[in-house]
Structure formats: C-alpha cells, structure tokens
Write a protein of this length. Structure first.
Length: 224
C-alpha cells in the first residue's frame, strides 16, 4: 500500500511529491522508481507495488511537479506532447536534484537502487553519473543513453532494450555502451518494443518483462 510523501530538493529547496511504499517482510534496501514521461500513472503504481512486495522500501518521485503538481497523462499523442514539454522544461539539473533527495531519504536505512523507464531510463543513467549514494541502477529503454554512453558511472548499471522499439536503435546503443563500458550488460529483448515493462501494453511481452525484472532484482541483491 503506497502513500504520498513530500521531499525537498537540496539544490533549490523545491518541495516535490512522491509515491512511497514500505517493504513487505524484511527490508532489503530502497528502490527509486523513475517514471516515463506520462507521470505517476497506473504502471508506476504497479511497479512500486511489485518492488515493495519483494521487500524494498520504494519511492517514485513526481518528476514534473515544477511544471504541474501530480502530473499524469494518457499514453496517447496529447499525453506524449505534454510529457515531452515538461521533461524539456524541467531539465537535467532539477531532475538530478530531486533524485538526490530521494537517494538521501532512503540511504539513511540501507543501500539505494534505481530503476527507470523511458525518460526514467535516461535519468537512471544520468543519476549513476551525477548523483552520490547509489548502489546500482537498472535502465530501461532510455532514448538518450546512447549519447551519454561515455559518461563515468559511480555504480553498476544494466540496460534493457526492446528489439522492436521503433524509437531506439538497440544494436547502436549496445555498441556505444559496450565500447565505453564493457563491464555493463546490455540486454536486448527480441519480442518487445518500447515500454515493455508496462504489462498489457501493445509492445509488452510478459516473458521479456519478467526476465528483465529478474535480472534487475539479481543486480540489486548482488549490491546490498
């Protein structure tokens, strides 16, 4: 069961909201779930519940609160347009400030992990480069990761890409990342397109989604 909490970004003092869920059973660590550009939609809520059920304290920050408090959009052209506009207006510095506040909040009680999807996949990669206190990160189909491949990283990261993703050239990203970071696993899921962690979406293959979740859980547990 999740509730809503308020956190304060250290770089500008802005107060933003976040979904928060306590772990079921013994606490294994903290997980930050980073949304797609559509805000804290039902797929984010489902992911928060999944991680809490696995024994993690979970935070999913509302990344565009500076633009619109509690923003949530449909997965349609209008929602896409609004999400892209807000992501560009928010910029990387605000995003990293908010994520650092989430890390600091969870880090008081153990290791902190991050998983992000689409926009969140890019932010996970960037946070592994710019934030402090992360133990590991799992980046799903972040469209800007290929261009950030050479960034130095402070923790282990894995990448998940869909072979059928019309937005991201999986092989090109894999080549760029492995050239800069040969230690980083880049997984390509043959039956899936963009957004395949969202169960029930057209580009989602349940077997691929479950395999990616198993790999992410294994990464997190290996870095506790």
């Amino acid at each position: 069961m999740s509730d809503t909490i308020t956190l304060t970004a250290g770089h500008d003092g802005f107060q933003f909201t976040a979904l928060h869920a306590q772990p079921e059973g013994p606490r294994k660590g903290g997980v930050i779930v980073i949304q797609e550009i559509f805000g804290l939609d039902r797929y984010v809520h489902e992911d928060v519940a999944r991680w809490a059920a696995l024994g993690f304290e979970v935070i999913a920050p509302s990344m565009f609160d500076r633009q619109e408090k509690g923003f949530t959009a449909e997965h349609d052209p209008a929602g896409f347009e609004s999400g892209v506009k807000y992501a560009m207006a928010n910029g990387p510095d605000n995003a990293m400030g908010d994520l650092q506040a989430c890390i600091d909040f969870l880090g008081q009680r153990g290791p902190v992990f991050m998983v992000g999807y689409c926009y969140g996949g890019t932010m996970t990669w960037l946070a592994a480069s710019r934030c402090t206190g992360l133990s590991a990160g799992s980046s799903y189909y972040g469209s800007q990761v290929g261009g950030m491949a050479k960034f130095n990283l402070s923790c282990p990261v894995i990448l998940h890409l869909g072979r059928k993703d019309g937005h991201i050239p999986a092989d090109e990203v894999k080549t760029a990342v492995e050239a800069a970071h040969p230690e980083i696993p880049v997984y390509i899921y043959e039956n899936s397109g963009h957004g395949f962690n969202n169960d029930g979406r057209p580009d989602s293959d349940l077997a691929d989604a479950e395999l990616a979740r198993e790999r992410t859980l294994a990464l997190f547990l290996a870095n506790t």
